[in-house]
Each structure stands twice: as C-alpha cells, then as structure tokens.
Design a protein around this ligand. Structure first.
Ligand SMILES: Cc1ncc(C[n+]2csc(CCOP(=O)(O)OP(=O)(O)O)c2C)c(N)n1
Ligand code: SF4
Length: 292
C-alpha cells in the first residue's frame, strides 16, 4: 500500500479501542521519520486478519507500505521482509486471536531468533471481526458463540507467554493512553530485536472492558489496570515474571533485555561471512539436505 485504498470501506465500531492504537502508530511513525529524516516508505506494516489488522488500511497521512496477509501468519511474512530488506522498519499489527491463537506457534522461534520487528497486539479478549467468538484471552466460563456453555479453558496470560518464549522487549499499554502508547511503540521500533507492545484495546460491540480496566467507583469495580511502580527493574527477568503473575494488568515497561540482543539479520550476515557463501541456488540448498 502506498496510497490509502478508496475502495476499501471497512469501519471500526464507535468507541473501538483500535482507534487509539491507530493514532498512536501514526504519531510514532511521524516522530520516527522526522527524527531520522527517514522516508515513510522505509516502514512496512504487516497486518493480521481481524478488526485489528484492518488498521493497515486506515492509517491517515503519509502512507507506509502495508501487507494484509494470512490469518495468524504475520511473523513469517515479517521474517521474509526483514531478511530480504534488513534496512526496513517492520511493524506488525495483530489481534489477540490472530497473534496468540492461530499465530502463537511463530512467537517462540522468532523470539529466539530475535527478529528485529515491533509487534503491536490489540487485545480485546474476543474475536471481533468474526462476531464474538472466544479467544485465548477471553475469561474462563464466558459464554460466546463458540463456548455456548461457558469457556472451558483458562484465560492465557500473554505477558507470561512472551517472557517464557524469550521475547526481549515487552511493554503493556492501554489504547486510551495514546501518548504513552505512542512513546512505547516508538521505543520498541528503536529496540534492536523482537519487541511486543501488548495493548488492552476494548471491543465495544462484543467485549466492552473499558469500565473493568479503568474501574468504576459507583459500580464498585476496582481497576484491573494499574501503572507499574517506578521501583520495578525492567532489566530483571524474574522481577518481570513476578510482576505479571497476578490477576491485575500492569501498565508500562515490563521487560527489556539489552545484553545479547543480536537481531536475526545480523546473525544471518555473520553466518554468511563465516561460511564465505554469497549465493546458493534452491537446488544446491535442497541437495545439501539430502541424506544419502
Ligand atoms: C485460516 C483462517 N481461519 C479463520 C479465519 C476467520 N477469522 C478471521 S479474523 C478471526 C479472528 C480475529 O480475532 P482477533 O485476532 O482477536 O482480531 P479482532 O477482530 O478481535 O481485532 C478469525 C477466526 C480466517 N480468516 N482464516
Ligand atoms: S467488532 Fe469490536 S473490535 Fe471490531 S471494530 Fe467493532 S468494536 Fe472494534
């Protein structure tokens, strides 16, 4: 995408959290391009399938490139782009269903490879686009069209999942706090490796969690989200794990590993240099794998 497609008329519902995420990404990209005097076309947004993935079509202003690919496969597409063009800034936008359900198997391998991309996950605890089925982050016992007698499996803790999979940068944000979110996305784009900005982004149509996240004194609802205390050491993996183990949702920088953060494209360049191989045909590659 280099121009907004006038024929694509998808619209988010009023109040959808994804509006805030869109603005935060626009702001972060505007800052990045200005600070680095970098063309917007140096950025590629890889989108998953879902209301969230439609963000790629809804960006206002200068347009980055965009790929709206296959459900759950944002990371393989991003890996291909970053491997072929390490100079590009690759941003993945995905939903909790797209990234943590069908796409979950790709997180561990790319985290260990330290693919240098920023993933913005819009978590609304539901499949929005397909009209409200349970996702990995839907609470246990909740009735949806695919869990007619209540969801049987426990809710996934995405933060623990990222930390356990070896993700080097984990930030937790709210779609309503656009300035903080935009700063976190900008910082994640600067991080030389696999960075996840996980955003609580409520779905006003199928799972409206605004009051739960913010709390509501009148209704006696304690806020689920709370700011991470300044005393938290985000460089300490065990401290990060302890922080996210509870029922509540900490907001801020959860974890950032700076040592040994060699991104995948640098590992590949080093392997090429050490082997002395510059170009290998597919046939040579396949023949090399044959067991005689
Ligand atoms: C292989 C495949 N399976 C299922 C679907 C149907 N499908 C489209 S989007 C989606 C889930 C979207 O949920 P989520 O990623 O949470 O995004 P949201 O719409 O809530 O932003 C599903 C199951 C599909 N498009 N392709
Ligand atoms: S269905 Fe939910 S996630 Fe999708 S646009 Fe509407 S409010 Fe947003």
């Amino acid at each position: 995408m280099s121009k907004r497609n006038p024929l694509y008329d998808f619209k988010w519902c009023p109040g959808c959290g994804d509006f805030g995420v869109k603005v935060a990404i626009e702001q972060a990209l505007a800052r990045r391009t200005a600070e680095r005097s970098e063309s917007i076309e140096k950025t590629v947004i890889v989108a998953g399938i879902g209301c969230s993935g439609n963000l790629v079509h809804l960006q206002e202003g200068p347009q980055p490139f965009g790929i709206h690919g296959i459900h759950g496969r944002t990371l393989p597409v991003a890996y291909g782009i970053k491997t072929g063009r390490p100079d590009l800034n690759v941003l993945v936008v995905s939903g909790d269903g797209d990234f943590l359900s069908i796409g979950a198997e790709h997180i561990g391998p790319q985290a260990r490879r330290n693919l240098d991309v920023t993933v913005v996950v819009m978590d609304n605890g539901i499949y929005g686009l397909t009209k409200g089925q349970a996702s990995p982050t839907t609470n246990v016992d909740v009735v949806t069209s695919t869990t007619r007698y209540g969801k049987l499996d426990e809710k996934m803790n995405p933060y623990l999942f990222y930390l356990g999979s070896g993700v080097g940068y984990v930030s937790s944000q709210l779609s309503t706090r656009v300035k903080d979110l935009s700063t976190a996305i900008g910082d994640a784009m600067d991080y030389p490796g696999f960075a996840v900005v996980h955003v609580q982004s409520p779905c006003t149509t199928y799972n409206d969690t605004y009051a739960l996240l913010k709390g509501d004194e009148k209704q006696g609802i304690e806020p689920l989200a709370y700011p991470i205390p300044d005393s938290h050491d985000s460089g300490d993996l065990l401290a990060a794990i302890n922080l996210v183990r509870g029922e509540r949702i900490p907001i801020g920088q959860i974890y950032r590993r700076d040592s040994e953060s060699v991104p995948s494209h640098e590992r590949l360049a080093k392997a090429k240099e050490q082997s002395g191989v510059t170009q290998v045909s597919v046939k040579e590659l396949m023949d090399g794998m044959l067991i005689s």
